[in-house]
Ligand binder design. Structure first.
Ligand code: ZN
Length: 297
């Protein structure tokens, strides 16, 4: 049944924006082997890290119908992403600096910029960004450099020279909240807004398990040991193509010693006196809200 979602008894990262799951059954990805319909429907037009939306109504909404007047021919070959609420979604990229026609404007997709877009449009826009990123980075074979071809009805690309095939790349990264009784360890990077603290995070290395990466990142970035590393959820992160895998871990010893290449500061905060945190749209915000502030086990 369209729009039916499971009952939420406890908050779940599945419902974070950028996770396709949060669209429920309203979104159906373009299916392998199926033919793209005619080029009409919802338009997911991305410029830099923003989504072009219609200003026709009070609500932010996607342009619909044919490619919006004034943008046809400027968005490249549109990509069929799938179907949302029964209507096909087309993705196009608009180059930086290209003017946006009257009746449309650009809204940011970036969580740290406080987006006004509702979660469903953030999620669709995130998928559009990832589709465009994949198209822009997969045009040549990474082994021999020849021009690749799209594998029919797939996102994958094949090299006509050496037959190498590759599919959209997602890069796994771990993000970890360290807890010690009623205090939590938070860290900040120098480039962040003053006073803002968040979680230790980093990419998974060759040969590592996710839990192993979580232990290593905490050790390298803040110098403490952790135990009881537990998975608490994940978020697909389209800036440009990470899969953020969230953990909570128990402090198991050591003094805080930051890696100055990565961090400006790290310190313990009491759960009832947390500093400014990340946006609610991010898994970092989710973990801090539920596993630090609310003390969820
Ligand atoms: Zn090749």
């Amino acid at each position: 049944m369209i729009g039916l979602r499971p009952m939420r008894t406890t908050p779940d990262t599945v419902y974070l924006p950028f996770n396709r799951d949060c669209l429920g059954e309203e979104f159906a990805p373009a299916k392998r082997g199926s033919k793209a319909p005619e080029r009409r429907g919802h338009w997911l037009i991305v410029q830099e890290q923003g989504l072009i939306v219609s200003t026709d109504s009070h609500e932010l909404s996607l342009p619909s119908g044919d490619c919006p007047p004034g943008l046809d021919g400027l968005v490249g070959e549109p990509l069929w992403l799938g179907t949302w609420r029964g209507t096909p979604c087309w993705v196009g990229g608009l180059a930086r600096g290209v003017g946006i026609p009257a009746g449309l404007h650009r809204e940011t997709l970036v969580p740290m910029q406080g987006p006004r877009l509702p979660d469903d449009l953030l999620s669709l826009g995130g998928m559009a960004m990832q589709a465009l990123w994949w198209e822009s980075t997969s045009g040549h074979c990474p082994r021999c450099g020849a021009r690749t071809e799209r594998i029919e009805n797939e996102w994958g690309k094949r090299c006509p020279g050496c037959r190498y095939e590759h599919y959209p790349h997602l890069h796994p990264a771990v993000i970890v909240l360290v807890r010690d009784g009623d205090r939590v360890l938070l860290a900040r990077k120098a480039i962040w807004a003053p006073g803002r603290y968040a979680l230790v995070a980093g990419f998974v290395d060759n040969g590592e398990s996710l839990e192993g990466a979580a232990r290593r990142e905490v050790g390298e970035e803040v110098g403490v040991a952790v135990d009881n590393v537990r998975y608490v959820g994940s978020q697909n992160w389209p800036f440009p193509s990470q899969l953020m895998v969230g953990f909570v871990a128990d402090y198991a010893g050591g003094e805080i010693t930051i890696d100055p290449e990565e961090l400006e500061d790290a310190r313990w905060f009491p759960r009832d006196a947390l500093p400014t945190g990340p946006a609610r749209h991010s898994i970092a915000g989710f973990i801090i809200e539920h596993y630090a502030r609310a003390g969820r086990q």
